[in-house]
Every structure is written in structure tokens, then in C-alpha cells.
Design a protein around this ligand. Structure first.
Ligand code: MTE
Ligand code: MO
Length: 199
């Protein structure tokens, strides 16, 4: 026993503990996009928060980069059953954008270049649970993976992490997004295996 490092014995259990039901771990980083990959130059990039009362807040790329930056490491889980452990990102907590935004909204819809949308309860994107990320594993996020910037919501299935993020709409209604309106689960908790509507 003592000839093995603690990590050797600990590992199989911790890997299993980190794997939600019905998932398998992968080292690769698959690309899943419902359409063509938009090319969004940082020079014209902006992030918009639209409130339920019609107020618009907007950040350019440089303004976004001037907000507090966080380095954040997470396991991610795709509903197609792959999970990737320990992905390392850099970006801005969604809470930093919403800090000075007056809202009583219950939900947000994240919307992307290319038309993709996904819905989330507001509580699920506050308190460092969601980020607008621009760097993956130390390098600028590639267009295939949503660069120049995507949403990262690691505690929910990865379809909630909208690539090529353009902004969020705050609302008092919960309006299903792209996948949610064609049968994916409305919330998408991988630990409760909320893959499809009715799970
Ligand atoms: N704009 C946009 N965001 C998207 C998607 C998409 O098709 N368009 N696919 C989602 C799905 S289903 C998954 S699993 C992840 C895949 O991200 P990846 O291609 O970086 O692995 O992005 C999510 N975000
Ligand atoms: Mo997915």
C-alpha cells in the first residue's frame, strides 16, 4: 500500500464521484454546434444586458476586459454523455455585469451570434456560478468553442453554456431556449440527469 502514492488509490473513487449518472469521461474536447461557426472580431464584439423594463447595458471588448477577471476550473458535462474534468477558463463572472443593473427578473435568456438561445433562472447565473469566458487553458478561446467569448455555466449540462455570447435578456417569464423548446430539459442538472423534458 505504502508504495503507491495517495493519488493512485484516491483516484478511481474521486473520478467516479465526479462523474454524473450516465456520463463517461473524455480527454478530448468535442465540438458541438447546431449551425455554422460565426466569426466575431473583438473590435466589434459587445455584451448586452437587456432588463425586463427595457433598459440596455452594454460592454465593449475592452470594457469587459477591464472588469475583474477570474481564473476558474470546472468539470463540464454534455448531454450527449461526455464529461471533461478540470477545464480551465478565464473570464468575467456574470454577477459583475449584473452588479449595477436594476432588475426584479426571475430568469435570463442568453442569446448568441447565429441565433442560439438558452434559458436559465437568474439565481443560477449569480454568485460565481456563470461566467463570460474568453480564455481556455491559457489561450484565446477558439471560434469552434465559442470564441471570442462564450457563456460558461458548469453546474448545468453544457448546452446551457452558449457559445459566441452576445448578451442576456432579463425577464419575469421563463422562455425556453433553442434546445429547451424542442424537448431538452428546461433546467438541465446533470446530477439529477435532467436530459429531456419530463426527466
Ligand atoms: N451558440 C451556440 N452555443 C452552444 C451550442 C450551439 O450550437 N450554439 N451548442 C451547445 C451544446 S449542445 C454544447 S454540448 C456545447 C458544446 O461546446 P463545445 O463545442 O465547446 O464543446 O455548447 C453549447 N453552446
Ligand atoms: Mo450538448
Amino acid at each position: 500500500m505504502s508504495s503507491f502514492s495517495p493519488g493512485f488509490h484516491g483516484r478511481p473513487h474521486s473520478v467516479r464521484d465526479r462523474l454524473p449518472p450516465g456520463q463517461y469521461p473524455t480527454e478530448s474536447f468535442p465540438v458541438l454546434s447546431a449551425g455554422p461557426t460565426p466569426r466575431v472580431p473583438t473590435q466589434t464584439w459587445s455584451f448586452t444586458v437587456l432588463t425586463e423594463s427595457g433598459e440596455t447595458h452594454r460592454w465593449t471588448w475592452d470594457e469587459m476586459m477591464a472588469l475583474p477577471q477570474q481564473e476558474t476550473v470546472h468539470d463540464i458535462h454534455c448531454v450527449t454523455r461526455w464529461s471533461k474534468f478540470g477545464t480551465r477558463w478565464r473570464g468575467v463572472s456574470l454577477g459583475a455585469f449584473l452588479e449595477n443593473v436594476k432588475t426584479d427578473a426571475s430568469h435570463v435568456v442568453a442569446y448568441s451570434h447565429g441565433g442560439y438561445t438558452t434559458n436559465l433562472p437568474l439565481d443560477d447565473v449569480l454568485d460565481d456560478k456563470a461566467w463570460v469566458v474568453h480564455t481556455y487553458d491559457g489561450f484565446p478561446l477558439s471560434p469552434e468553442h465559442g470564441g471570442p467569448a462564450r457563456l460558461l455555466v458548469p453546474h448545468l449540462y453544457f448546452w446551457k453554456s452558449a457559445k459566441w455570447i452576445q448578451g442576456v435578456r432579463l425577464s419575469n417569464e421563463d422562455n425556453p431556449g433553442f434546445w429547451e423548446s424542442v424537448g431538452y430539459h428546461n433546467y438541465g442538472d446533470p446530477w439529477r440527469e435532467q436530459r429531456n423534458w419530463g426527466d
